[in-house]
Design a protein around this ligand. Structure first.
Ligand SMILES: Cc1cc2nc3c(=O)[nH]c(=O)nc-3n(C[C@H](O)[C@H](O)[C@H](O)COP(=O)(O)O)c2cc1C
Length: 238
């Protein structure tokens, strides 16, 4: 990760019912993760939601550092010179839902996505002047995972799914679905016979209607699953 000129961040249109932020984390801005991200955003927009796709590689160009070295003594703010800060403050915190799109890299997520998540830490430190506002706005979002992989091996994606599940538990986010596109060359997921682009579009359309269930011992529940007004459950997990 090196210094580079940063692209301008997109903004919410201001017209949608709910806000979906899609974080596409491959450095290939014309690759498979981006194609799936665009499809999910289109599906959300078709349902009247506001959806924005961000190429993380343009905005998160540094890893987390020792906060004691890079937090400004004057403002208390992180001084790392990229646009993670505005991305987190202006888009992530104000989103109702976030889709994390990543190529599988060595059976984990991309370094760009990991760095984005790591650097949330900078904003929830007691030294951050807006920490109370951040902690009030960080929970209660919906989340989904979009994976691009060369291998169809189901187990190859389990570590990332588990990671995302734990992240959502910690942040009080509802994890509503996973779409995996199998492909290697740029855009090759369009040739995946399972049609992950359609699945991504469908998950985008259903993003805010899916009723995720995560029972606890004392959960009050009906016993039957279907026939209730609970939206579609994510059959596109694969
Ligand atoms: C550094 C690196 C590591 C990779 N590791 C894996 C892997 O562990 N499993 C896999 O299925 N594909 C792996 N791939 C292939 C990519 O996941 C695949 O090409 C994907 O479609 C790329 O998505 P993108 O076009 O969004 O970058 C790897 C690719 C790279 C560049």
């Amino acid at each position: 990760m090196t210094d580079q000129k940063h692209a301008t961040l997109p903004a919410w249109s201001g017209n949608g019912r709910r806000r979906l932020l899609v974080l596409s984390s491959s450095p290939r801005s014309d690759g498979n993760s981006r194609a799936l991200s665009d499809a999910m955003a289109e599906g959300a927009r078709e349902q009247g939601h506001d959806a924005v796709v961000v190429d993380l590689n343009d905005h998160v160009t540094h890893m987390l550092r020792d906060c004691r070295k890079c937090r400004s003594g004057e403002t208390g703010k992180c001084t790392i010179e990229d646009t993670h800060g505005p991305l987190f403050s202006d888009l992530y915190l104000s989103a109702d839902g976030v889709a994390y799109a990543t190529p599988i890299w060595w059976y984990g997520m991309s370094a760009q996505l990991k760095a984005f998540i790591d650097r949330i830490f900078c904003f929830i430190s007691d030294s951050e002047p807006t920490v109370e506002d951040v902690l009030a706005r960080l929970p209660k979002k919906r989340a989904a995972l979009i994976l691009s992989a060369e291998e169809s091996n189901f187990a190859a994606r389990l570590a990332i799914v588990q990671h995302m599940s734990e992240l959502c538990r910690y942040l009080h986010h509802d994890f509503v679905g996973v779409v995996t596109g199998v492909g290697n060359k740029r855009g090759e997921v369009a040739s995946d016979p399972a049609d992950p682009l359609a699945a991504a579009r469908r998950l985008g359309a259903q993003f805010f209607d899916i009723a995720p269930t995560d029972y606890k011992l004392d959960t009050d529940r009906a016993g039957t699953v279907w026939g209730q007004a609970n939206g579609e459950l994510p059959a596109m997990w694969r």
